[in-house]
Write a protein that binds this ligand. Structure first.
Ligand code: OGA
Ligand code: MN
Length: 293
């Protein structure tokens, strides 16, 4: 079984086969890590990882970000605790509905995420794909004038804000990300700590660019998002149970696609913490990094 890393036709993503993630040696890991930095999204079809093995693989990327204290992974599922279908409009379903908007994980936290791993356990007969957009290629494609325009702008990131926008009012303490305190302010341009490539750091959690009027800020963020999430910068994965995906939250945006909620969709998500020097809310502006050479 030879390792194969096949780039997609889009500007991001590669399909990785000829590998068993449950028995990953260090040399192969280095190839995976290099591919992760280059493609920002890796899909590993047919791995069927046990939950604890998923966590072991995730730990290769860094420290786990626990979304529930004591749990290294969380289920993204439309089933309730008792095995029935979760009720439409419930907190659980509203969070899933929120995931259908383009976003990057934990940008609303004081420390944003480095990467996320998602595996499919049960998939609906149609729909329920995951889609990613290449925010690096989007930055590159903006052109110099627009790049200059966004160079020193920042935005707030809030999960309250993004859920409220889809009509879901959330209380403090309702779940992960809904904490008391000021939402982080982050540069619109993210400089990748390893590759140095710049990416647009936007998505549904971003709002309120200081220095711009509210509508102007909304319009700019909307226009940038629309530009980002266009072919050839998007890739859609139609899941089979057992598939695993890992993506770089510093480089790409993602969203879930709708499906018929009478069918089950059960995914297991593991999130990897960002580096406090580059993913904390006080990370330097891209222009500061630039002058440091
Ligand atoms: C996530 C996420 C999308 C999906 O796992 O962070 O947004 O397709 N998932 O379930
Ligand atoms: Mn997500």
């Amino acid at each position: 079984m030879a390792l194969s890393i096949e780039p997609t036709d889009a500007t991001l993503g590669a399909i990785v086969t000829g590998i068993e993630l449950s028995a990953l040696d260090d040399a192969t890991w280095r190839e995976i890590e290099t591919a992760f930095h280059e493609h920002a999204l890796l899909i590993f079809p047919g791995q069927s990882l046990a939950p604890h093995t998923q966590v072991i693989f995730a730990t290769r990327f860094g420290e786990i970000e626990q979304l529930y204290a004591g749990y290294d992974s969380v289920a993204l599922s439309n089933k309730d605790q008792k095995g029935g279908m979760a009720e439409e409009g419930s907190y659980q379903m509203e969070i899933l509905r929120g995931n259908e908007g383009w976003h990057t994980d934990s940008s609303y936290m004081p420390l944003a995420a480095k990467a996320s791993l998602l595996s499919a356990r049960v998939v609906p007969s149609k729909g329920g794909e995951t889609e990613w957009a290449d925010a690096r290629a989007a930055y590159d494609g903006l052109g110099e004038t627009a790049q200059f325009h966004v160079a020193d702008l920042m935005a707030h990131h809030s999960y309250f804000h993004s859920q409220a926008k889809i009509g879901h009012q959330v209380e403090v303490g309702a779940g992960y990300g809904f904490y008391e305190g000021a939402p982080p302010l982050r540069p619109l341009i993210k400089v990748h700590p390893v590759t140095g490539r710049k990416a647009l750091y936007i998505g549904r959690h971003a709002y309120g660019i200081p220095g711009l009027a509210e509508e102007e800020s909304e319009r700019l963020l909307h226009d940038l998002l629309t530009f980002t999430c266009q072919p050839p910068r998007t890739y859609t994965h139609a899941w089979q149970a057992g598939d695993v995906a890992v993506w770089d939250n510093r480089s790409v945006l993602h969203r879930a696609r709708p499906f018929d909620h009478r069918e089950a969709r059960e995914m297991l998500h593991t999130r990897i913490k960002g580096d406090p020097t580059t993913e904390s809310e006080h990370a330097p502006l891209s222009s500061d990094l630039r002058t440091r050479g």
